[in-house]
Design a protein around this ligand. Structure first.
Ligand code: HEC
Length: 212
């Protein structure tokens, strides 16, 4: 909810040397305190709290994937490969930030934020070249990957099989999910974990991931 507040506020503050990215007619209007949803406004703490309670009340769909022998083998692969270092049960994330390649972590930041000592090498564009870029990516929870698609920060890979395909590191790779504008091929760099498994191990790992 802090992020919701930040995003609403960021729109009215964003000005790059006079260039205002969303300079639509209503953009510069000062927020009307009696209308917190107006552009440039901010939800009240009460509204954000209520929104948080609503999100907590949502239930995920029942998982049709059973924890079978393949999933049990995959769980071992998950542990042996050190995935739990970052995707730590029960949330399957350690909730840490990981610096994007090329971003230098400011000296005081490590004391303030939970920053991982390693960068996983994700394409830094969104973290460093966009107006809301912070220099970091966050370790995502991998609960519910069975009903999600479009993996990787920009959703380059449509399936888990593609996410764990070592060919995605090559410059001639054609992403199965989002393709950056005006390119035919794109190397989905970074997160090399699990890319050198045998086909059987990979199948088992994915069977396990789909039970989360
Ligand atoms: C050093 C920390 C780290 C380790 C170790 C790690 N991951 Fe990740 N994982 C991340 C980060 C950070 C991302 C987000 C990367 C991105 O968006 O490009 C991620 C993304 C993913 C995703 C895609 C999630 C999504 O919604 O897009 C899956 C699936 C995944 N990891 C599974 C694994 C598995 C399986 C292993 C072990 C073989 C593993 N990870 C090891 C940090 C880690």
């Amino acid at each position: 909810m802090r992020y919701a507040a930040l995003n609403q506020g960021a729109d009215s503050l964003a000005s790059f040397d006079g260039f205002i990215p969303a300079n639509i007619p209503t953009f510069n209007k000062l927020p009307n305190p009696s209308d917190p949803i107006a552009v440039g406004g901010r939800y009240s703490d009460e509204q954000l709290y209520a929104l948080a309670l609503y999100i907590y009340s949502l239930k995920p769909p029942p998982n049709p994937n059973k924890f079978d022998a393949a999933a049990a083998r995959g769980q071992k692969v998950f542990a042996n490969e050190g995935c739990t270092r970052c995707h730590t049960p029960p949330l399957y994330t350690n909730n840490k930030l990981t610096p994007a390649p090329g971003f230098t972590v400011p000296e005081d930041a490590r004391a303030k934020y939970d920053i991982s000592s390693v960068s996983v090498g994700t394409d830094p564009s969104l973290a460093t070249n966009t107006r809301r870029g912070t220099g970091y990516y966050k370790v995502p929870s991998i609960k519910g990957v069975w009903y999600r698609s479009m993996f990787g920060h920009s959703g380059w890979c449509a399936t888990l099989e593609d996410w764990f395909d070592p060919k995605r590191l090559n410059d001639d790779y054609v992403p199965t999910g989002f393709k950056p504008y005006n390119v035919k091929t794109f190397a989905v760099k970074g997160h090399t974990f699990g890319l050198d498994l045998t086909p059987q191990e990979k199948q088992d790992l994915i069977a396990f991931l789909k039970t989360l």
